[in-house]
Design a protein around this ligand. Structure first.
Ligand SMILES: [Zn+2]
Length: 95
């Protein structure tokens, strides 16, 4: 599978595809599903189980979906501004 999984949104560990078996679903009992689970042994985050022809892709999409995607360019810009202001303050304090 070539699709990259994002890190766990709660602990930052990786994610892995798992195939829960023998679960009750709306379609009955025993159908193998797909879900993505956090790889940390101390974090129990996982997607719901998906079933059907696109179950792997559906689980990956669910795992990789974030309510909020940080704007890394804006964060870098603001960090640079903070550093510039710190340096300006340091210069002012020398006077
Ligand atoms: Zn986690």
């Amino acid at each position: 599978m070539s699709v990259e999984l994002k890190t766990c949104p709660f602990c930052g560990s990786g994610g892995k595809m798992v195939h829960p078996m023998g679960q009750w679903t709306s379609k009955g009992y025993g159908q193998d599903g797909s879900r993505i689970s956090c790889t940390s042994t101390e974090c129990y985050v996982m997607t719901t189980a998906y079933y059907g022809e696109t179950q792997d892709a559906d689980a990956i999409t669910a795992w990789n979906t974030r309510a909020y995607e940080p704007d890394q360019a804006k964060i870098a810009e603001l960090q640079a501004e903070v550093e510039r202001l710190k340096s300006t303050i340091a210069e002012l304090e020398k006077r």
